[in-house]
Design a protein around this ligand. Structure first.
Ligand SMILES: O=C(O)C(=O)C[C@H](O)C(=O)CO
Ligand SMILES: [Zn+2]
Length: 279
């Protein structure tokens, strides 16, 4: 067992209202996601959601962590994997799933030995990992580009034209509670998830990717009438409490992976915030 994980406790809106920039970043920002040949988990007490990434230049085995007090990582958990790097593979108890860039894999509870590798060490895979507690063992499933549900959102006029791709949702794969997808802003568009929303039934984590060199995304969080912001660099993640909006404006277009867990699997269960009422 390795102890390469960090716990983030749940915070209330009242506490967050008092936080300065550093406190907000310490609590919600995950700076180092894509680590080479190692997996550094962040364990959030919001719905016990775990976030990590791995760039396997050598083979990397998924190991359990102290927080889980389990014999193996997936003993009581499910795992979503999206590859944002070069071609790679995930060996799951002897079955090999090859994942090209922007392909995903769902692993159900009970899988014991999971090994990540890259096809080429000089263009390694970059596996983004989200994991949540599971109550049932659903089958493993690879989700290729052709399996994804695609939704077009926003408009150029409001600088929020974007393509949303649902990878791990219950209309594509059987899951206990994990949902994952990817949203890409079109050229010249900068706003994600605007109009903003909250969903007190689910927490969410955004992982910003494809942010061009020298550009940033300003991520907005907090209750709709008491917002805060966190400046995000490429390949950083941010935890969104269930009571918080999660929206961002970039200094260019970009992509992000969203992952959710909680009370329901209803993607459309959102309480919208009126733009003119944001504070
Ligand atoms: O661009 C968007 O809008 C999103 O990607 C929204 C996320 O999917 C989300 O917040 C789901 O609750
Ligand atoms: Zn959301």
């Amino acid at each position: 067992m390795i102890n390469n994980s960090q716990v983030r406790y749940a915070t209330s809106p009242r506490e967050v209202k008092q936080m300065d920039t550093k406190a907000l970043r310490d609590e919600f920002l995950v700076e180092d996601v894509m680590t080479v040949n190692t997996i550094k988990w962040v364990y959030s007490h919001y719905d016990r959601f775990m976030v990590a990434g791995v760039v396997p230049k050598n083979e990397v085995t998924l190991e359990t962590v102290d927080e889980l007090k389990s014999e193996f990582f997936l003993e009581r958990r499910e795992l979503g994997i999206i590859n944002i790097g070069g071609k790679g593979a995930v060996n799951v108890d002897g079955t090999v799933y090859e994942l090209e860039n922007k392909e995903a894999l769902y692993l159900g509870q009970g899988n014991k030995i999971v090994v990540f590798s890259s096809a080429h060490a000089n263009t390694p895979a970059k596996f983004y990992l989200n994991s949540t507690p599971a109550h049932k063992a659903f089958p493993n499933k690879k989700i290729g580009i052709e399996d994804v549900e695609v939704v077009e959102l926003g408009a150029n006029e409001t600088a929020n034209a974007r393509t949303l791709r649902k990878y791990i949702v219950n209309s594509v794969v059987d899951v206990c509670q994990l949902q994952m997808g990817m949203t890409s802003l079109k050229t010249g568009n900068v706003w994600n998830t605007m109009p903003a929303h909250v969903h007190d039934r689910r927490m969410e984590v955004y992982f910003y990717i494809e942010v061009p060199e020298g550009q940033s995304v300003c991520h907005f969080m907090g209750q709709p009438n008491e917002t805060r912001h966190i400046w995000m660099q490429n390949e950083q993640a941010v935890i969104s409490p269930p009571w918080s909006i999660h929206s961002g404006a970039g200094t260019s277009n970009y992509t992000f992976i969203w992952g959710m867990a909680g009370e329901n699997l209803d993607y459309s269960d959102m309480d919208m915030a009126n733009i003119s009422e944001l504070r």
